[in-house]
Design a protein around this ligand. Structure first.
Ligand SMILES: [Zn+2]
Length: 368
């Protein structure tokens, strides 16, 4: 029965002279929106396709056939009319015939019917999935999207993404790939798995504890897979905590790499201080809502005074790479625009512009 149905659906009338094919009852337009086609205008059931064709010569071997475009456009909806007008008409005397729509030649082959049947089966399966419960694939795509939508610099999201895929070059990964002979943690000397590098190492644990004291809800605990834990954390955390998570993972990985490259180990408290300053900068400076008109945003703006009773605190930072030094300036004004206070400060050993901005933002909050 399925074979018969497949055959019936795949066969259509190929227009020759149009004298055998009925417009309303037969299938004769492979790409039409409806099969059989439904004309706009009322017409007899047995009206033939030839009534839509203009023959300029009635003599054999001297035919010039064309669709009556005006008539076709009057009788059918625009998409169907286009399909009809795209059907080539032979200038030779040819008769209507049956054609198989799944081969270029129109000739039925078992192979083409088999391929068609397989395609239909796959389509039915995927349609059933789409109508039922969302597949894991759909869920996962949504969750990865939520990771890429986090308000944080892309370089940090990439580290979290690699963490979720367990494809960061931890000691365990490097020894598995025979790149390194040892797999020990640079902070504590234990085996460096992904879980150890980001959660259970004493050094890292101190960072998470400090963050918890600062209000971060530590949701990454021991886990079955990094991906599962990241997805669960993204779903449960506030926006600020998600940003803290991304920036923390990036700084933990950066601190680990620095020590492996021979730099002195930075105290976990300093790492927390640095990453929280970064969090403030990201939330206050990098992802403030902008006007839909980007040009307005890019234009230099006059500093607008705040509402009555409020103050404005402006800050800016600059780095001097040659001297490995940064400077910052802070100005506070009232709603009249009247100067209230200002400060400036220079700091050594900072030449990263983003970090300098972060430090300046934190200083601004403290000064205000
Ligand atoms: Zn360790």
């Amino acid at each position: 029965m399925y074979g018969r149905s497949l055959l019936e659906h795949g066969i259509f009338g190929r227009v020759g002279d149009g004298k055998e094919i009925r417009i309303k009852k037969d299938k004769w337009i492979p790409e039409a929106s409806y099969l059989p086609i439904l004309p706009h205008v009322d017409m007899p059931d047995d009206l033939k396709v030839s009534s839509l064709i203009d023959d300029y010569s009635r003599q054999w071997n001297d035919y010039s056939r064309q669709w009556n475009e005006e008539l076709v456009r009057i009788c059918f909806r625009p998409a169907d009319a286009e399909c009809i007008l795209n059907i080539p008409l032979s200038h030779n005397q040819v008769y209507d015939c049956l054609s198989w729509m799944h081969t270029r030649t129109g000739i039925y082959t078992v192979k083409s019917a088999y391929i068609r049947a397989k395609c239909e089966a796959i389509h039915l399966k995927s349609s059933a999935k789409a109508k039922g419960e969302p597949s894991n694939q759909v869920c996962t795509t949504k969750e990865w999207k939520s990771l890429w939508n986090i308000k944080a610099p892309p370089k940090m999201k990439i580290v979290l993404w690699r963490f979720a895929h367990n494809c960061l070059p931890t000691g365990q990964q490097l020894t598995r790939r025979k790149i390194l002979a040892y797999n020990l943690c640079c902070h504590c000397g234990r085996e460096e798995t992904i879980e150890h590098a980001f959660l259970s190492c004493k050094y890292v644990d101190e960072i998470w504890r400090e963050l918890k004291r600062c209000g971060f809800r530590r949701l990454i605990k021991y886990f079955q897979s990094p991906q599962q834990r990241v997805f669960e954390t993204l779903a449960a955390c506030s926006e600020r905590d998600v940003v803290i998570l991304v920036i923390s993972v990036w700084h933990i990985w950066g601190a680990r790499n620095a020590v492996r490259n021979g730099e002195p180990e930075v105290h976990p408290h300093c790492i927390v201080e640095k990453l929280l300053a970064y969090v403030d900068m990201v939330l206050l400076r990098l992802y403030v809502p902008v006007s839909p008109n980007c040009c307005d945003y890019l234009k230099p703006k006059h500093l607008e005074p705040p509402l009555e009773g409020w103050i404005t605190v402006n800050v800016d930072a600059v780095v001097f790479r040659k001297t490995n030094h940064m400077g910052m300036g802070i100005v506070i004004r009232n709603h009249m625009g009247v100067f209230l206070a200002a400060c400036r400060q220079g700091l050594d050993n900072i030449n990263d512009p983003e970090f300098a901005e972060a430090v300046a933002c934190k200083r601004r909050v403290l000064f205000a």
